[in-house]
Design a protein around this ligand. Structure first.
Ligand SMILES: CC(C)(COP(=O)(O)OP(=O)(O)OC[C@H]1O[C@@H](n2cnc3c(N)ncnc32)[C@H](O)[C@@H]1OP(=O)(O)O)[C@@H](O)C(=O)NCCC(=O)NCCS
Length: 173
């Protein structure tokens, strides 16, 4: 599974321990300290059996990643999504979200939730374009310094049928 950005091939894989320093570095570049993850948080997420991290890799460079929690029950959460500035606007983020949604559907998860800063209009537009709706305003959600929106997308229709194919996503670690 891959994508081309300016003739560079971007490949997608499940994160391994060696990916963590580059993930943490990218997160610290994209987010202020009150909303970025430190190394310990990344290590704990890596050890959490309910969490999957998907990396988009372009040669030696990390183009982006996303962190997904499957559960509890029939709910999933997109904990974060990061695309390196030079790769933004070329479909990497959309592909990461599509992979996450496919993994969730495969486990018969009905709804995906995520949180986004109310100041992050670019990301809100990105999520709305992918079918996410704002459902809750969260005052001071980011360390008391920024407010957030909770957003959701239904992954399974009223009939219980999935809204996309149920092929098992194959992402080599
Ligand atoms: C928000 C974010 C994850 C989006 O990722 P991305 O890779 O830039 O997203 P995509 O390229 O898939 O889509 C973004 C835009 O590119 C356009 N696009 C999609 N595929 C494209 C392609 N192949 N070529 C050119 N443009 C494309 C889309 O139309 C979209 O435009 P729009 O949102 O203005 O309508 C990314 O910008 C990012 O990491 N931002 C900083 C961190 C952040 O805010 N994360 C969210 C935290 S909640």
């Amino acid at each position: 599974m891959s994508l081309f950005v300016d003739s560079q091939r971007v490949r997608f894989h499940k994160a391994i321990w060696a990916d963590i320093p580059a993930m943490q570095e990218l997160d610290a570049r994209l987010f202020p300290p009150h909303s970025s993850y430190d190394m310990e948080t990344f290590r704990n997420l890596m050890l959490d059996a309910t969490v999957t991290m998907i990396v988009a890799q372009a040669g030696r460079e990390m183009a982006g990643f996303m962190i997904l929690r499957l559960g509890p029950g029939r709910e999933a959460s997109a904990l974060t999504i990061d695309v390196a500035p030079s790769f933004q606007g070329h479909g990497v983020g959309s592909r990461l979200m599509a992979l996450a949604e496919r993994m969730a559907r495969y486990q018969e998860i009905a709804v995906m939730y995520l949180q986004v800063s109310t100041n992050n209009s670019g990301a809100i537009r990105f999520y709305e374009r992918l079918g996410y709706c704002r459902i809750r305003f969260m005052k001071g959600y980011y360390g008391g310094e920024e407010d957030g929106w909770e957003m959701e997308k239904k992954l399974i229709g009223h009939s219980g049928a999935t809204t996309a194919g149920k092929d098992q996503p194959s992402l080599a670690p």
